[in-house]
Design a protein around this ligand. Sequence first.
Ligand SMILES: [Zn+2]
Length: 299
Amino acid sequence: MPPAPPPGPPSATLLCVHPHPDDEAIACGGVLARAADQGVRTVVVTCTGGEEGDNLAGIDLGGEDLVTHRRRELAAALAALRVSAHHWLGYRDSGMAGLESNDHPESFHRAGLSEAAARLAAIIRTERPEVVVSDDERGTYGHPDHVKAHHVTVAAVDLAADPEAEVPGDPWRVAKRYVHTLGRGRLLAVHSALVEAGLPSPFGDAGLTRVEDVPLGVPDEQVTTEVDVADWLDAKRAALAAHASQIGPDSFFLNTPEVLTERMFATEQFVLEDGRPGTTAAREDDLFAGLDHGPAGRQ
Ligand SMILES: [Zn+2]
């Protein structure tokens, strides 16, 4: 059992928006589990059912269709992270960029921005989160649904606060809006350690040696917030393992060499895009930093 962090008042709420079932575990599993232990109410919104995900790990679905199965996997992952509430935004997975599934009329990619934002704004008004987290504007790795999740979240946060907006519920102003991210220095360190250990790297084994050549993430100086989630890695791993059709037992996520675990997973990184930073230090260490009603603001 991790040591109990200082409790936060039950009024504090963290809401994370993710395009597909499994993204919540990959991107925010640590902060969600940590927040739950702090007594923060946690909410996950999943934009699509992950219809285009395929049974990547080739597991036996027991006669179930993949979408039903992925719902069950998500429920298990949310339980592992002790998430308080879950909402579907109700769209269809668009698939990777350029696929025919991008054009499906119910795809998230095709969804009107204002219509999707209004759906999310209604959830925000219901859940009243102080802190909202989503993908960055490049969709982390460029998947159309991840890009869309960013734009929909930005618009929804504005809409939820707008008293003129035609959205059910009372206006609610989110205090801090973040995007989850990965600093390039950290990605390069992970890559170098993998190459050194003779293990396959997601960036290939070619001559990636300069931080400016890392194709994902942001320059380290853009990271505003780094949360220590080392004590919640078991919960994060359990959530990842729950998505067995997407993250098989041979997956890199579940077989990270011990030497890399700390470097890769012990912290989760964010950029504060909207709202006031809660510290004058170089980086915040808590998403609720500076908020009176958040755990870090408690005296
Ligand atoms: Zn995804």
